[in-house]
Design a protein around this ligand. Structure first.
Ligand code: DP6
Length: 348
């Protein structure tokens, strides 16, 4: 067994969203989903596992002692050989706000799965172990475009490698770094049991996913962008029609949606897509060549983005970085290419 293993994984942004579970303990999805994995050099969860100095497992999150959640316990049980109790210190960190709609559970549990599978040389599929932590985490163990089918719900698989998607970027616009008020698990539960729109969700997501894969393969990005926005709106309409209703979006998210529709209308076809998870922060998907155009247009709605817009005009190669704006409305912006998946390093 190695003395330690350190894994890094990036969040993934779902273009067709997982929302609803057929089995809550195992995170078995009730619908198909598909996502782009981000680049670990921009947004990253790191997990180090090493032997614990005590007779229990210990977990540290962002430098603070934390409880070993039942989700983490399930991952440990799936990887640790029964024969020898071998207690671990699991040290996880995110380089971005945790539990604020930035998919930190996806990257966090993908990183723990990769670290644990490598540490214990575990035979289980790493995507299966990631899913036991958080459903969406099973997509973050692969790079590029990744699908997770409800007809094959145990693990996710890569559809296209990152190298085929080097023209795409994801711009993450953080309006709030606060913890979301309704967790994804609770939101799904409520939608599933009360929203009249939940019936038909499985079919709608499946149809969009098939169309989207065809569009990616034929590099028809306007269709990819249209389907992405439709599916984000589908999720938030299901939330709005739940009882009691859930509204993850803020007035800034609504302004971002309007600005994106304006850009696309001016262009005559979709040039950029917005998508929102269980939080108010926005994710924009676009082709790298349109970044300047899109950001300068967005700066008309969000003057906080003016400096970024000027910076992009001066710099011909768009940065893949975090830009801390720290203004009233836009807290920070991350620009990420599509990433090629987790990294892991074990010490002998
Ligand atoms: C809106 O994967 O966080 O981001 O399985 O309960 O951990 P659990 O849920 P989680 O839900 C993600 C929901 C989403 C859509 C998506 O990423 O597909």
């Amino acid at each position: 067994m190695p003395s330690s293993c350190k894994a890094q994984a990036a969040p993934n942004i779902a273009l067709i969203k997982y929302w609803g579970k057929d089995d809550e303990d195992l995170n078995i999805p009730s619908n198909d989903s598909i996502s782009l994995t981000l680049d670990t050099t921009v947004l990253c969860s790191t997990c180090l596992v090493k032997p614990s100095s005590t007779q229990t497992d210990e977990f540290f999150l962002n430098n603070s002692p934390s409880t070993v959640t039942s989700r983490l316990q399930r991952q440990l049980t799936a990887c640790r050989p029964n024969s020898e109790p071998h207690f671990l210190s699991i040290i996880s960190k995110n380089n971005f706000p945790t539990a604020a709609g930035l998919a930190s559970s996806a990257s966090g549990y993908a990183a723990t799965a990769v670290a644990l599978c490598n540490y214990f040389s575990c035979n289980s599929d790493v995507s299966v172990v990631a899913r036991l932590g958080s459903g969406s985490a099973c997509r973050s163990v692969h790079g590029g475009l990744v699908r997770w089918l409800s007809s094959d719900p145990f693990n996710a698989e890569q559809v296209l490698p990152a190298s085929d998607l080097s023209n795409l970027i994801v711009v993450v616009i953080v309006f709030s770094a606060e913890t979301k008020s309704v967790s994804s698990t609770e939101g799904m539960r409520r939608t599933q049991s009360t929203s009249p729109l939940f019936s038909g969700r499985k079919e709608r997501a499946h149809k969009r996913l098939e169309e989207m894969i065809d569009a990616f393969k034929s590099r028809d990005f306007p269709t990819v962008f249209r389907l992405t926005m439709e599916d984000s709106n589908d999720l938030h309409e299901m939330c709005a029609t739940s009882v009691p209703p859930i509204n993850y979006l803020s007035s800034s998210s609504e302004k971002l949606k309007t600005a994106v529709h304006d850009i696309n209308n001016d262009n005559g076809s979709p040039l950029v897509a917005y998508t929102f998870d269980a939080g108010c922060n926005g994710f924009l998907i676009l082709e790298r060549c349109n970044l300047n155009k899109v950001v300068s247009h967005l700066a008309l709605t969000f003057p906080d983005l003016n400096n970024l817009s000027h910076q992009l005009l001066e710099d011909s190669s768009p940065p893949s970085v975090l830009l801390c704006i720290d203004a009233e409305e836009v807290r920070s912006v991350y620009i990420s290419g599509v990433g090629s998946g987790p990294l892991v390093q074990c010490e002998p």
